[in-house]
Ligand binder design. Structure first.
Ligand code: FE2
Ligand code: FE2
Length: 193
């Protein structure tokens, strides 16, 4: 699925479902970070107007996702906790190429985003297929579809804008790295936990 090297053990969904308030809080902040990332990309790559327009759409969609999660938290009488750190994403960020040309770091930043969308999509799929809560199962199914589209968008832009990067080769390296990294996760009730 999406080229991922390792699929999540379905039992992770049971860990997530055992504390819905926590997974929803963590999830809400994932959506907020995705919106912030799209805005960051707009700020730093304004010369690509088509890209800026698409990132504007994604920023809106991600903050709508944040609002949808916040609405569920409110309806259920839960509390939206403070922003959660995302160790998985921080580890991926370390793999991003920051030296080299401007194009190299731009393309790697797009692949970084595609990677997170791919894993988030996969995690939402596992939730939608394995949790007992019917309302949330439907919710996660719908989000899975949306994040899959984002994954395609980021990877597509990487291919479109690469000038001095072999995107297929670098994407294969990302998938390899992520496949190793994710082996340390799958034990806690966070979207990338
Ligand atoms: Fe989202
Ligand atoms: Fe997304």
């Amino acid at each position: 699925m999406l080229g991922l090297k390792l699929l999540t053990d379905p039992r992770w969904a049971n860990i997530a479902e055992s504390n819905l308030e926590e997974i929803l809080t963590d999830h809400a902040w994932c959506e907020q970070k995705a919106a912030s990332n799209a805005i960051f990309l707009i700020t730093n790559n304004s010369e690509h107007l088509e890209f800026v327009q698409k990132m504007s759409e994604i920023a809106v969609e991600e903050i709508q996702h944040f609002k949808m999660v916040a609405d569920i938290i409110e309806q259920r009488g839960y509390t939206l906790g403070r922003e959660r750190k995302d160790d998985y994403v921080n580890q991926l960020m370390k793999f991003c190429k920051k030296d080299g040309s401007r194009n190299t770091s731009f393309i790697d930043r797009l692949l970084f985003a595609a990677m997170i969308e791919a894993r988030s999509c996969e995690r939402f799929r596992v939730l939608s297929k394995n949790i007992e809560d019917k309302e949330l199962a439907k919710f996660y199914h719908d989000l899975m579809v949306s994040e899959a589209t984002h994954y395609t968008t980021f990877l597509g832009f990487a291919r479109q804008y690469a000038t001095d990067v072999d995107v297929e080769k670098r994407w294969a390296e990302w998938l390899e790295f992520e496949g190793e990294l994710i082996q340390s996760y799958g034990k806690s009730g966070a979207v990338h936990g």
